[in-house]
Design a protein around this ligand. Structure first.
Ligand SMILES: *Cc1c(COP(=O)(O)O)cnc(C)c1O
Length: 419
């Protein structure tokens, strides 16, 4: 469910015509709906209300300060994967006691910062990483609460690049090594064993892999309890999918029902790390048609946004719906929507049955609120695009378009080149 809809011929975000924002900020730009974000957070909170839980939004899906601030005000925490994301989460006002830190390669510096901030939980992905966290904790005179991310070896049946819970993936520690790892953690000064964590992948459209993973985690928690560990947090990661086209992923309520049914009588606080399910359908990328190029083989709609602005189509063959900002005539046959970048992989959509558009028509690339701006780059020396947040009848630029000066900031030409 989202708040991008037509009124008459015009596409709106909540009460704001998308074309009005385009006139103000130029194109391309990301446009987010505060109402959609809030609705998605509440859907999770209500679905899990029956038991202690903490919703930690995955910052890598959308790290804009205004978005994080809004989510924080609604009570969510953050799941971070870098020191940069820690900085963002704290700047946005998310309390450290609602922050969990995931990722396979935390550096000593990042660990130190997270300890200083006083985050809730480190999700640890290897024994050497555990040692590094313990060393930093002792140096800082602190105790690090940890959960091991275990790899339950279940197939999430999603794109291989966003599948993380199989034994061949780099993530987590194998189930078979978990008890030994917890025993070692319990002996380490500076470490407090607090939870078990798993995250099996992203854009899951079925419940079965979540339930399979949870059953394996439960079996482990029973063993750990028998070994004398006190497991207070069960972190089930993120991964719930969204409809990009005709998928019908479970709603948060269905997801919650399946999980809560497995956890009757289990007292642990549930930690959930949804990213895409909160932000994906709460944002669009708005782009302008530059040229229509007809070849004997194909029609190309050359637009001003490209793979550097939205990488998902090129990277994962992901599907994003293309909607006209002002309704056009009937579809006239297949077209590719492509950007100006010098790569054949630079496309936003392929072989879509689309209308004929007037020159400079505005197009909306839908479902771009997660892993859109955060994955964008400066490839081809393209300044990163602005982000705009709508709430009701109001909108604000929550990140300005990069300038050419910012594009080369920090670069210099050393004197010895002139010798
Ligand atoms: C990416 C990621 C998430 C969020 O995944 P979504 O599919 O966006 O819900 C949560 N936890 C971890 C550890 C991740 O790497």
């Amino acid at each position: 469910m989202h708040d991008f809809h037509y009124r008459g011929e015009e596409l709106y975000c909540e009460e704001v015509p998308v074309a009005q924002v385009a006139r103000r900020v130029g194109t391309p730009f990301y446009l987010y709906s505060a109402r959609t974000l809030a609705r998605h957070v509440r859907a999770f909170q209500e679905a899990f209300a029956a038991r202690p839980h903490l919703l930690c939004f995955a910052v890598k899906a959308n790290g804009n300060l205004a978005v994080l601030h809004l989510l924080g005000r609604l009570g969510t925490g953050a799941d971070i994967v870098s020191g940069g994301e820690l900085h963002r989460a704290l700047m946005a006002g998310i309390p450290p006691e609602r922050i969990v830190y995931s990722g396979v390669g935390k550096t000593a510096r990042e660990i130190r910062r997270a300890l200083e901030a006083g985050i809730l939980l480190f999700n640890v992905e290897s024994l050497p990483e555990l040692d590094a966290i313990a060393a930093e904790a002792r140096r800082a005179g602190r105790t690090a609460r940890v959960a091991f991310r275990v790899n339950p070896d279940v197939d999430p049946k999603t794109h291989p690049y966003i599948s993380t819970g199989l034994e061949r993936n780099k993530f987590g520690i194998p189930m078979a090594q978990a008890r030994e790892a917890y025993a070692r953690a319990a002996r380490l000064p500076g470490i407090e064993v607090a939870g078990v964590d798993c995250h099996i992948g992203s854009q899951l459209t079925e419940l079965a892999p979540f339930v399979d993973a949870l059953r394996r985690v439960k079996a482990l928690v029973e063993e750990l309890a028998a070994d004398g560990h006190e497991i207070r947090y069960l972190d089930l990661g993120g991964g719930l999918g969204i409809p990009y086209r005709d998928e019908a992923p479970p709603a948060p309520a269905d997801y919650a029902r399946a999980i809560l049914a497995e956890l009757e009588g289990w007292p642990q606080t549930l930690v959930l790390e949804p990213g895409r399910a909160i932000a994906g359908n709460a944002g669009i990328l708005v782009t302008r048609l530059l040229y229509t190029k007809e070849t004997p083989r194909k029609r190309f709609l050359v637009v001003d946004a490209a793979m550097n602005d939205l990488a998902r189509p090129s990277l994962y063959q992901a599907h994003h719906e293309i909607l006209p900002v002002r309704r056009a005539g009937p579809p006239v046959g297949p077209a590719d929507v492509v950007g100006p970048i010098c790569e054949s992989g630079d496309f936003l959509a392929r072989d879509r049955d689309l209308p004929r558009f007037p020159r400079r028509a505005l197009l909306a690339v839908m479902s771009a609120g997660a892993y859109g701006f955060t994955m964008s780059s400066n490839y081809n020396a393209r300044p990163r695009v602005p982000e705009v947040l709508v709430r009701g009848e109001r909108f604000a630029v929550v990140r300005r378009r990069e300038t050419l000066a910012q594009l080369v900031r920090g670069e210099s030409i050393p004197g010895f080149l002139a010798e």
